[in-house]
Design a protein around this ligand. Structure first.
Ligand SMILES: C[S@@+](CC[C@H](N)C(=O)[O-])C[C@H]1O[C@@H](n2cnc3c(N)ncnc32)[C@H](O)[C@@H]1O
Length: 206
């Protein structure tokens, strides 16, 4: 990881993705999580305060040491064990079928080899387990998609490899998941933010 991605970006992300609008989404996507939870792209631990009491422990996967340090306070307040279980979603050092649930928020856009990471998540989930996801992705209207395609090369370069046009539901289905309780909508933000604010939320059952 370069200096920008390792040191600056985690702080920028923590500032820009912790707000009333996104927190409401976080609360909804975390509802129903249970037991042993693997979270990919753990970041600065922004989801910890929204986890239901049925979650008994978190196995956090996060490449950035800065983000991990930024999560110190949230981890110490969590009241459940939170361990750093790995550095990349593409290689989970967890046993097959060992996790009850999985969580990814604003991360599937960034993981370089997403099919591999999704296959890893399916591998470590129990047969009844589900991945709860909250992800921005390709917009439904051609005008916004044109802007997403224009901006995407810069976004990937300066925002840690983040893609704007990933079709999250299709990618999840291609990985073998069955989607439930899905929603897709623009966040209630200024229209200039539309290339970034079309958000897919749901449960992807193993
Ligand atoms: C936009 S941030 C989202 C952080 C957090 N999930 C949230 O909702 O605030 C994306 C996170 O994915 C992490 N990440 C990047 N590449 C990854 C990979 N290959 N596997 C797992 N996480 C990755 C980044 O370090 C960053 O913390």
């Amino acid at each position: 990881m370069g200096w920008w991605s390792e040191t600056v970006l985690p702080r920028v992300m923590a500032r820009t993705t912790e707000n009333r609008v996104v927190d409401r989404e976080r609360r909804q996507v975390c509802a129903g999580l249970t037991g042993r939870l693997v979270e990919v792209g753990f970041g600065s631990g922004s989801n910890l305060s929204f986890l239901p009491p049925e979650v008994t422990g978190v196995w956090a996967v996060e490449p950035s040491d800065t983000a991990w340090r930024l999560s110190d306070g949230a981890r110490s307040r969590a009241g459940i064990p939170v361990v750093r279980a790995g550095l990349t979603g593409e290689h989970l050092d967890l046993a097959d079928g060992s996790m009850d649930s999985a969580l990814s928020t604003l991360t599937l856009c960034t993981i370089p080899d997403l099919p591999r990471a999704l296959a890893e998540l399916r591998r470590v989930l129990k047969p009844s387990g589900a991945l709860h996801y909250l992800e921005h992705g390709v917009a439904p209207d051609a005008g916004t998609v044109r802007w997403q395609r224009r901006i995407e090369p810069f976004q990937k370069r300066f925002v840690g490899g983040c893609h704007l046009t990933r079709d999250i539901p299709i990618l999840l289905r291609e990985a073998g998941f069955t989607l439930e309780a899905t929603s897709a909508a623009y966040l209630p933000l200024a229209s200039v933010s539309r290339p970034w604010s079309y958000v897919y939320r749901g449960r992807a059952v193993r």
